[in-house]
Design a binder for this molecule. Structure first.
Ligand code: UDP
Length: 246
């Protein structure tokens, strides 16, 4: 297993991630198993927050979401085959869910977004069974929201509350949610509902998706300050590992 700044990242490609999650969904689970899709910002947060690092550590699957993680893996001498982005994992899981009959619940984003995303997903993947949706601004109604999820009996819960809140929330409530697997998917419901545009393919190919996101929402600029710090720390870690080897 790869560790970036001490934080766990599984060396799975998309197919392996899907198979691993599929295996979790195909049998009973004692409580909700957590999937984390981690990007450099997430690694940086977990690196400075032991509790978050522990949450990542106990997860069933931790996928490498972001070219920054792929870059770090190369620097650390353990290159990864591909990026496993939250939104792509979500779409591919919905495709499988339509075949396998897995029950899906969407939680998060602004009021109405999850329901709109559900419509889009149900149209795209014929037969997909979305058993409930709820927006992500529910602090005063948290107990009711958890009861509604339990009652709907989903197999798979997508939680789009942003990192690290979604990871903390899934972990805190993993024994109450009554579903087999819960995955934090960040801003995916904003994109699937059509309110936020994902970077065009060319930008994605040029590994400029981060720049697209920044230009689409300049309020996010502060979040990018961690990137040079992340890169500097990874370079130092790589040098240290080299020296240890020599
Ligand atoms: N969000 C939410 N409840 C909150 C805070 C945020 O549902 O209390 C949603 C927000 O509306 C957005 C998502 O969480 O849909 C966070 O998106 P962002 O792109 O910032 O997440 P990232 O992918 O960077 O983790």
């Amino acid at each position: 297993m790869l560790r970036v700044l001490g934080i766990r990242v599984d060396e799975y490609d998309m197919q392996q991630s899907l198979d691993k999650i599929g295996a979790l969904l195909s049998c009973a689970q004692p409580y909700t198993q957590q999937v984390v899709t981690i990007n450099p910002e997430g690694v940086w947060l977990a690196h400075a927050d032991n509790q978050l690092a522990q949450i990542v550590e106990q997860a069933a699957v931790v996928t490498a979401d972001g070219n920054g993680i792929l870059w770090a893996a190369r620097k650390l001498g353990r290159p990864l085959k591909e990026r496993v982005a939250g939104i792509e994992l979500m779409e591919k899981l919905c495709q499988r869910a339509a075949d396998k009959g897995w029950r899906i619940y969407l939680l998060g984003a602004k009021p109405g977004f999850a329901a709109q995303a559900a419509q889009v997903l149900e149209t795209t993947y014929a037969g997909l069974n979305i058993v409930g949706t709820e927006n992500g601004y529910f602090r005063e109604r948290e107990a009711d929201v958890i009861s509604a999820i339990r009652l709907a009996k989903p197999d798979l819960l997508f939680v789009a509350l942003g990192m690290p809140f979604q990871e903390q929330w899934i972990y805190t409530h993993r024994k109450e949610l009554g579903c087999k697997v819960a995955i934090g998917v960040g801003g995916s419901l904003d994109v699937l509902s059509g309110h936020v545009k994902r970077a065009p393919q060319l930008w994605q190919k040029l590994k400029l998706e981060w720049l697209w996101r920044l230009l689409s929402d300049l309020k996010r600029w502060r979040r990018y300050l961690v990137i040079p710090r992340f890169m500097h720390a990874v370079k130092k870690e790589a040098q240290y590992l080299q020296k240890e080897k020599a």
